[in-house]
Design a protein around this ligand. Structure first.
Ligand code: URA
Length: 191
């Protein structure tokens, strides 16, 4: 049904609709021991085509936000809740999220990051296992038992939210400021 080799899912047929809609499985990228692990929702068209997460328009925002804080894409790990593009970019279903969870949990366990940053509503609710108002809660850190340890999960708005609503930029910046501070070794994200 599904196979993982280290951090890579090499084959998976757990979600019949996604097996049909995907061009390929999109695994996480970045160092296997990164301090920061960013988790998005799922691959879009560009990601599906290129086989890498956040390489489209939202990826440009992500790259910019990292660069503004002296970080580069190569310094962080970037992955998604589901590794196959849902048809027409619909949200992944609860079943698809569940099917892909063992892969994400294993990635979290292997990377063992200082902080997990959830990009948008879907990953925030998936990892915190509750309703999340991402704009209001952006930059909040919650401790969650995930991948064999209690981990800091930092809520962030999805980078694409800024395309439709510029006011989301403030929430995005607050979360990235906190993430950068936590990567610097400040566990509260306060400098
Ligand atoms: N949006 C996501 O949530 N993930 C990606 O990889 C790209 C866009």
């Amino acid at each position: 049904m599904g196979e993982m080799d280290g951090l890579e899912v090499t084959d998976c047929t757990r979600c019949p609709e996604l097996v049909d809609s995907r061009s390929q499985i999109v695994n996480g990228t970045g160092p296997a021991d990164a301090d920061l692990l960013f988790v998005g929702e799922g691959p879009g068209a560009q990601e599906d085509e290129q086989g890498e997460p956040f390489v489209g328009r939202s990826g440009t925002v992500l790259d910019d936000k990292l660069r503004e804080r002296g970080l580069a894409r190569q310094d962080v790990r970037i992955t998604n809740c589901v590794r196959c593009r849902p048809p027409e970019n619909r949200d992944p279903t609860a079943e698809e999220l569940e099917n892909c969870w063992p892969y994400l949990e294993s990635e979290i366990e292997q990377v063992d990051p200082e902080v997990i940053i959830t990009l948008g509503k879907v990953p925030s609710e998936h990892l915190l296992d509750r309703d999340v108002a991402v704009t209001k809660e952006a930059a909040n850190v919650e401790q969650v038992d995930l991948g064999g340890a209690v981990r800091d999960v930092l809520v962030c708005v999805h980078p694409a939210a800024t395309f439709y609503d510029r006011s989301q930029e403030e929430s995005l910046d607050a979360a990235f400021d906190k993430a950068a501070a936590m990567a610097d070794g400040d566990s509260n994200g306060q400098s």
